[in-house]
Structure formats: C-alpha cells, structure tokens
Design a protein around this ligand. Structure first.
Ligand SMILES: C[S@@+](CC[C@H](N)C(=O)[O-])C[C@H]1O[C@@H](n2cnc3c(N)ncnc32)[C@H](O)[C@@H]1O
Length: 570
C-alpha cells in the first residue's frame, strides 16, 4: 500500500503551483451584487426612508462598491481584462467608463443565453459578445472555440464581462474541434486542461498568439522593438508528461461527522459521497473526484489508486483539507544496486525504473539528458521532463549562436544562473563554461544544486551556488567579464523586480536569456530592461535588443505557455 506521506493544508504555496492542475482564483462578486454604485443617487431615489435606514443602505452600497476590486496587474484577471477590452474596442470601453456603467451587468445570476464565440482569451477561455439587445458586454465560458455557437449559464459578473458555465456547443467548429481527441473522462469538468479537443498544432499556434499578445499588452515596447514571435516548440510528450500532481481533498464536514456519530462510529471502506479526492472543478471552488489523470506520468497514475484508498480508509482522522504530493522519481534503490563494473545498459535499465514519491521531505531523482538531478519532494523542479533537453539545448544555442550575432572568439565563458532552483540550467550548460554561479532563494534547493554538481562529476569549484535573493548575485560576480558572461533568468510567476533589473543594467553582460512560466510578467520585465537601457545610455553606446522570442510547450492540453526571450547587447 502506498503511503499518503507528508501532507499539508491546501491550497499549496509552492510558487509554481499556479500551473494548470490547480485552483483558479475566485473573482469579484455574484451577479446579484452589481446594482448601481453611486451612493448619493441611491439615497435621493429613496426620499421617504428614515435617515437610519438610509445610512444603512449607504453603508451596504459602500460595501458593494469596495467589492469592485480591480485585478492585480499582470494577474490572470488582468490578462483577461485586456482581452475583454480588445474584444469590445477601446471606444466602447471608454464610453462605459465615462458613464460609470462598467460594473452594471445586464445578466442575472443563472441567466441562460446563446452566444457565438469570437476568440480565445490568453487564459484559454472562450470570449463572446453578448447578443443584441444587450449592451456591449463579454461572456467568458470554458471549453468552447472561435466560431462556435454555444449555450451558457451566467454565474458571476465582473467589469464589462460575465463568467458563464458552458451548457452545450450547439454549432461546433469542426475545423478545430474533434471530440475523439479527448483522452480524459473528466475533460470539460476538471479545471486542469482546456485544449484536449484541439489538434496539437492548433494548441501550439494558440500559445504563439498568447506570447504575441503578452508583448503587445504588457511590455510597453514599440512594435519595432518586438521581434516576430517564433513558432512554439512542441513537447515530445503530449500526454503522460506531468511529473508532479497535487490532488487535494477536504476534511470530513460537520454533518458527516454527526451522521457517523449517530451510527455508532461504524467504519466503512467505501468512499463517502461527500469525499472528493482530486482537482478543482471548472468555475467552482469544489474539488472533483479524480481517479486518473492522462497528462500525469504512468507511475503517478498507478500510485493514485492506492493513495486514494489510503485516504478513504483514514478519512476520519483528518482535521483539515490536505494537498497530496505525487512526484515521479527514478528509483534510487534500483540505480544504487547496480555496481560500477556492470555494463552501461544495466545502469540505463535501472534509470528507467520509476517510483512515486509522496513524502515532501524525500529526495526525488530525475534524469535530464546525461545528467542526474536530485531535489527534495517539496521543492521546485520543472514538471515536464520530456521537454527539458530541448529547452536547455535551446538556451545553450541562444547563448552560443552560430549566426554572426556572436563570433566564436566572443563566446561567453561565464554563466550566471539567477533563480537557479536545484541547478538545472547551470549543470546542463556547465560543459560550455569555465565558471558558473547560481543563486536561489530556497536554501534546500541550493544544497541540492551543490550536491547535483558533485553527483554529475563537475570539476570542483566550477559551479558555485548560493542561497539568497536573486539581485544579490551581482555583488558576487564582480570579477566575471561582462562581455564574456551570459545571464539566465528563470523567476517564479511574479517575475523579477526593479532591484534585479537595475543591477542587470549596470552589469551589462553580453547575453540574457529570460525563461518564464508567466509570459505577461516576462513582457513587463523585458520592457523595463529595454527602456531602462535607453534611459541610461541615451542614444549612444551599446544597448540590449530583444533578439528572439518564442513559447515552449511545457504543458500540453492546457492553456499554459513557457516563454523564452533572448536579449543581446549590441
Ligand atoms: C521557475 S523556478 C526555476 C528554477 C530553475 N531555474 C529550474 O528550472 O529548475 C523559480 C525559482 O526561483 C526561486 N525564487 C523565488 N523568488 C526568488 C528570489 N527573490 N530570488 C532568488 N530565487 C527566487 C524559487 O524558489 C524557484 O526555485
């Protein structure tokens, strides 16, 4: 029986946990809350009420007003808001803002309507204009495609848009949609995947468009500074690629505990109806029961059954909701059992044996190309192993281009790996550099980065890793020759910060490769770097140019895209 292992309260705090198989944040307020927000008007329209009543009413209105929270800049809500504005057109949006009607949803809670999808948002939802005679307003619904006529039911409204459940696709777009492509029985309900009905080529095209829009909307750069976005690089595996999943469940509710008490605490090995172990349902806070996940690796799917059984058998002992951890790892005991004298193919066979790690403190082991990486179960590691050789090769080729962008005698000799985790880029690219320095906030990851350098027999002293804020790296690489140094930036979703960018601009290394799981904050940061350079140097001297830009598909079947931007000082 697999162990449930170390569990924690959910939602998980891991910075990359905003990735696909996760909760989407709840937005704003239900549609019934959107009545007029002008307190003065409300008071005068109710001319005969007592002043106490009026004061109460005003207080209620004020409360509602406070709920009109604008999206956090660069958040997925902000990304959606830009898409909503683009679909409505600037004139319509300006008019609604001037009128103060942008929160006045024309739709009631649970109102049903038919719409035609215009486009996809960068978050993967379908966007449709509300049909006449409704005022200009956007309907946001999941799992529908451009050109499709759909029936939806509104469940929540926001600024000039309402969220709706998809009830049916009445006229499907058969050039894009093919239901036989869908491999998951939960697709259409689970919030994990958005695109299983699409061909893989269409998914890659859509993601390229997300990168294009991100730089248009969030970089503040003139069109002339943004290169044509290159085609998205495919993931070698399009299913069974995800090496980490975190299904979760709620603790027994009070009513269930009471019912059990009334029945004399009778134990049962069947799953209670109220217990769901899985991922979030689309558009809801509730968890849906998931027995298999076709984007997760086979070993995680094999382990999921026994892990679920263990939870079911012990469910009454849980006081809080829990996020389980399932992580695919090479079986360390199988590789350790191979003696050095044994043939290489015995070792290779041992490296193919995988197990599921459930303990946050256990060590996970992955192979990337000819290197082995170890890291603690709770810490960050990229979740799609199949794409890591193409990704690290791509970063290497960007640093050492064969084109005239960089002649061989100018090739970098030093590498700075900011936000280095357990050393993926440093170690994969180390053969091409004389000196490598990595920095990372998590001291656990840093311990493992140092350990991984030894594990892969890198020459002593070649790679040094330190724990700390990424910006601190510039104070320790003062002796690196900037014109022979490459910098890799791979921050969490919130991107890097002004302190880091300020020092990057002072350091002026030849090449910067910015890898990001959030192309919107990446676009902001790249904009800040290019603008900052402009301000520092005026029109003279060398400047960074954004040489190339492209998406990498680390998460097939989902709307998520990784983005790689290459800056060169020329
Ligand atoms: C997207 S991960 C990339 C890790 C690594 N490059 C890799 O590919 O495995 C981002 C990393 O940044 C780290 N991090 C977050 N904030 C940081 C900060 N202010 N300074 C340095 N590292 C930070 C996280 O702990 C995480 O390991």
């Amino acid at each position: 029986m697999a162990e449930v292992g170390q569990v924690r309260s959910h939602p998980p705090s891991d910075q990359e946990d905003s990735l696909p198989v996760e909760k989407r944040p709840r937005l704003e307020f239900p549609t019934t809350d959107v009545a007029g927000e002008d307190g003065t008007q409300a008071a005068t329209s109710n001319g005969h009420g007592s002043s106490r009543k009026q004061a109460k009413k005003l207080a209620r209105k004020d409360k509602k007003k406070q709920k009109h929270i604008l999206p956090e800049p660069y958040s997925s809500d902000d990304v959606l808001w830009r898409d909503v504005m683009a679909l409505l057109g600037q004139d319509v949006v300006n008019h609604a803002l001037e009128e103060g009607s942008e929160w006045d949803s024309p739709f009631e809670f649970k109102q049903e309507l038919e719409v035609e999808v215009s486009k996809l948002s960068s978050n993967g939802d379908a966007l449709a204009l509300a049909p006449a005679p409704h005022p200009p307003w956007v309907i946001v619904a999941p799992f529908a495609l451009p050109g499709e006529k759909i029936s939806v039911r509104v469940y929540r409204s926001s600024r000039l848009h309402s969220f709706a459940d998809l009830l049916s696709v009445d006229t499907p777009n058969l050039t894009l949609r093919d239901p036989t492509r869908v491999r998951c029985k939960y697709f259409g309900k689970c919030s994990g995947c958005q695109y299983q009905m699409l061909s893989y080529e269409s998914q890659l095209d859509i993601k390229r468009n997300v990168v294009i829009k991100a730089y248009q909307n969030f970089s503040s750069l003139p069109e002339s500074s943004i290169p044509s976005v290159l085609p998205t690089i495919a993931s070698p595996l399009q299913y069974n690629y995800r090496t980490k999943i975190t299904p979760h469940f709620e603790a027994p509710p009070k009513r269930a505990k009471k019912a059990r008490e009334a029945e004399g605490f009778a134990d049962s090995d069947t799953k209670p109806d109220w217990l769901n172990i899985g991922f979030n349902q689309i558009g809801k806070r509730s968890v849906m029961d998931i027995e298999e996940c076709p984007i997760a690796t086979p070993v995680l799917n094999e382990a999921l059954g026994p892990i679920r059984e263990n939870v079911i058998n012990n469910i009454w002992s849980y006081k809080k909701g829990v996020s389980l951890l399932l992580r695919d790892s090479i079986d360390a005991s199988a590789t350790e059992a191979v003696s050095p004298s044994e043939a290489l193919d015995t070792l290779s066979a041992a490296l193919e044996k995988h197990v599921c790690i459930t303990d946050h403190k256990s060590t996970v082991r992955e192979r990337v190309g000819d290197k082995i990486f170890e890291f603690p179960g709770h810490s960050f590691f990229q979740n799609n192993n199949s794409v890591l050789v193409p990704l690290t090769d791509y970063v290497r080729d960007a640093i050492f281009p064969s084109s005239p962008a960089l002649s061989p005698e100018d090739h970098p000799t030093h590498l700075v790996d900011a936000y280095c985790g357990s050393g993926l880029f440093s170690i994969m690219l180390s053969p091409h550099f004389s000196t490598v320095a990595g920095i990372e906030l998590s001291s656990d990851s840093i311990k493992f980065a140092t350990h991984n350098a030894l594990l892969n027999d890198l020459p002593a002293g070649k790679c040094t890793f330190r724990a700390g804020d990424a910006a601190n790296i510039f104070s320790v690489v003062g002796d690196f020759p900037p014109e022979r140094t490459a910098l890799i930036i791979d921050p969490p979703r919130k991107g890097t910060d002004e302190k880091f960018i300020e020092q990057l601009l002072a350091f002026r290394c030849k090449t910067v490769v910015y890898v990001s799981c959030n192309v919107h904050t990446q676009a902001r940061d790249i904009g800040m770097i290019l603008e900052g350079m402009q301000k520092k140097e005026g029109e003279g001297g060398k400047k960074y140019v954004l040489e190339s830009l492209r998406g990498f598909d680390l998460f097939p079947q989902t709307a998520h895209v990784e983005s790689v931007a290459v800056l060169r000082l020329v």
